[in-house]
Design a protein. Structure first.
Length: 287
């Protein structure tokens, strides 16, 4: 199974960019010519439908929230975040984040499903044809353009890498993103590792699903285990202390309640504190 190191440190600011429903990165090159011949075979009812408009807007909002999340998370020193107890006696850590990635992701998925229900033919179209609909709708829809402008995205003005918008440089980036989402898997859980020194790292396995994650962390001592990830040795053959784990958590769209799989996983790692991240809070489910 292929694992991806998504974030190396809290200062990298890349966590939320990958805390997605399969978000992809786009090339930095900019296309200068946005003129193209309108296709005569595009269905006007679909092209002008509110469902298509709302899907495009939801995708842009999700990407904007992801970038805001990444910026805010990158400023946090996790070593200074303290556990507290909620009314049920559960240990929680509140993350000072102003946006809810979960709500934006669920809204994006809801709008996608609404589009498929109202226009089922769209689901069977090739990515190239879907792309044509995205381009045409973004170019012609007043509602879409107004919303994009509110987010600082002007699809009629190509931006360089130093432009003011970090969400989408131009219409090509936005249509590429939406096309990729149509063919991507749904949201996949992200594993968050918090190290003793306050750094964070996130990992995602290709086998992750919306309700499960996969990561194997070796033991060091059986009776009083310490956990390091990745395990690495210094010149003297000692485990590198920098990689010692303080606790791990994983993202979850549906709240803080651990699944049976989560509980079984925790049993395999005695002494390793584990929690669930949801909507700005990590709640621990191992003591």
């Amino acid at each position: 199974m292929k694992k991806h190191l998504l974030v190396k440190t809290a200062l990298s600011g890349l966590f939320a960019t990958l805390c997605t429903v399969g978000i992809v990165s786009f090339p930095g090159c900019q296309k200068q010519d946005y003129d193209y011949s309108e296709k005569d075979d595009l269905d006007p009812a679909l092209l002008n439908s509110p469902e298509l408009e709302e899907y495009i807007i939801a995708g842009a909002e999700y990407r904007e929230a992801s970038n805001t999340f990444a910026t805010e998370l990158g400023k946090i020193d996790f070593s200074k975040l303290k556990f507290e107890e909620d009314l049920n006696g559960d240990r929680i850590i509140r993350i000072p984040i102003s946006v809810s990635i979960e709500k934006k992701a669920m809204n994006f998925e809801t709008k996608k499903n609404a589009l498929f229900v109202k226009h089922p033919q769209f689901a069977s179209m090739s990515p190239a044809i879907q792309y044509d609909y995205f381009r045409a709708c973004i170019k012609s829809s007043t509602n879409v353009n107004r919303k994009l402008l509110e987010m600082g995205i002007n699809i009629n003005r190509p931006l360089t890498k130093g432009g003011t918008s970090e969400e989408f440089a131009n219409m090509e980036d936005l249509t590429d993103y939406l096309s990729a989402q149509m063919s991507s898997s749904d949201y996949r859980e992200i594993v968050i590792i918090v190290y003793q020194d306050g750094r964070i790292a996130t990992y995602q396995d290709d086998a992750n699903t919306s309700s499960s994650f996969h990561i194997s962390i070796p033991y060091t001592v059986e009776d009083n285990p310490k956990y390091y990830y990745p395990q690495a040795l210094d010149a003297n053959g000692n485990l590198i202390e920098k990689n010692r784990i303080r606790y791990i958590a994983h993202s979850q769209l549906s709240g803080h309640t651990p699944s049976s799989g989560d509980l079984n996983y925790s049993k395999d790692y005695p002494g390793l504190q584990q929690g669930i991240y949801h909507d700005g809070t990590i709640k621990m489910f191992t003591k």
